[in-house]
Ligand binder design. Structure first.
Ligand SMILES: NC(=O)c1ccc[n+]([C@@H]2O[C@H](COP(=O)([O-])OP(=O)(O)OC[C@H]3O[C@@H](n4cnc5c(N)ncnc54)[C@H](OP(=O)(O)O)[C@@H]3O)[C@@H](O)[C@H]2O)c1
Length: 238
């Protein structure tokens, strides 16, 4: 379709599957990563690589220059367990670090990327942010940050709607084939997560790519301010 699409954290996992769907559709795709070889991993995919760390404001601040001629779709995909839980007897400084880093990566990062590019988004464009099923259940900083992402998204939708720009969150359940958990899950944990679904299946990165490409398409022009759950029924909306 020849749109310009920015996907944060697009070199692996869910972000890579999202990138592949836009590339197949004929769009110009920019993916971001923290490592110095992001340019070469992006070119192997048929995309452009941009070095970006959501905890480094200066790298986010470069985006308006990189995308000076405009952007049609922003996918705020980068995220994860940004800091491990401190030991039970850790001091408040360690506890603050646990909260601040998770909030910084999973919600403040999306807000800053979107804010930096807001004036560059074309009419008819879309902002799509990857949340998590965890927002519905857990109270740890990662899950709380994904819940905050939904609240933030509602404001983006309201602010950009008059320009014909939609803003939605896609909230995956467990998706296999990513590095979110730093490697494969133990068999017991995996079985428990599969049992929670109605379909008795794990999600694949492509399942998330499909809904993101739909939400970015003109067919979804009247869907905005929403959270779309993709989890095989592990969480239902009532
Ligand atoms: N997999 C699941 O079961 C699941 C479920 C619910 C939600 N999600 C969400 O899906 C999204 C994609 O994660 P994934 O499952 O594909 O995991 P992943 O394979 O670990 O990918 C995470 C991506 O986020 C990027 N990232 C992490 N911290 C960053 C930071 N500080 N600055 C810039 N980029 C950063 C990583 O970039 P680098 O290349 O630089 O490491 C990587 O590309 C995340 O938002 C995650 O919370 C995943």
């Amino acid at each position: 379709m020849n749109r310009t699409v920015l996907i944060t954290g697009g070199s692996g996992g869910i972000g890579r599957a999202i990138a592949e769907q836009f590339i197949r559709a004929g769009d110009d795709v920019l993916i971001t990563g923290r490592s110095d070889d992001i340019a070469s991993s992006a070119s192997g995919l048929g995309a452009t690589g941009v070095r970006l760390d959501l905890e480094d404001i200066a790298s986010i601040d470069e985006l308006p220059t990189i995308l000076a001629s405009g952007v049609d779709v922003i996918v705020n995909n980068a995220g994860g367990f940004a800091a491990p839980a401190p030991a039970a007897d850790a001091d408040l400084t360690a506890f603050a670090e646990y909260w601040h880093r998770n909030l910084r990566v999973n919600v403040v990062g999306a807000a800053l990327v979107t804010r930096a590019l807001e004036d560059h988004i074309s009419p008819g464009g879309a902002v799509i942010s990857i949340g998590s099923i965890g927002a519905e259940y857990a109270g740890n900083p990662y899950s709380a940050s994904k819940a905050a992402l939904q609240a933030w998204n509602a404001g983006v939708s309201e602010r950009l709607g008059a320009r014909g720009i939609t803003a939605n969150v896609v909230a995956p359940g467990y998706v296999e084939g990513t590095n979110l958990f730093g490697g494969p899950l133990g068999a017991g944990r995996r079985t428990a997560l599969v049992e929670r679904t109605h379909t008795k299946c794990v999600g694949k990165p492509e399942d998330i790519g499909s809904i993101v490409s739909f939400l970015a398409s003109p067919k979804a022009r009247h869907i905005t301010g929403q959270t779309m759950h993709v989890n095989g029924g592990a969480h239902t909306t009532r």
